[in-house]
Design a protein. Structure first.
Length: 78
């Protein structure tokens, strides 16, 4: 019996990986936001970066959980 995965699994998995990668990049290089967007809303105190790290970590965990749930879902019989 061949198992097929739906597109939703791949989208959720890729978004989880992307948000996890951005979370790690933000932890390692906190000034990338100022460099890319040329704006410094927190005046180098780091509070915005920590909020972004927490948001990205939450998104990564949530999307990863959704991808696992989608993967474990039984295939519908048509």
């Amino acid at each position: 019996m061949k198992r097929t995965t739906r597109t939703r699994f791949w989208v959720e998995g890729m978004l989880a990986c992307l948000s996890g990668l951005l979370c790690v990049v933000t932890l390692m290089w906190r000034d990338w936001i100022e460099v890319v967007f040329r704006v410094d809303p927190d005046h180098h105190n780091g509070s915005l970066e920590w909020l972004i790290v927490l948001a990205l970590l939450g998104a990564s965990i949530s999307l990863g959980g959704l991808a696992v749930k989608e993967f474990r879902k039984p295939a519908s019989t048509a």
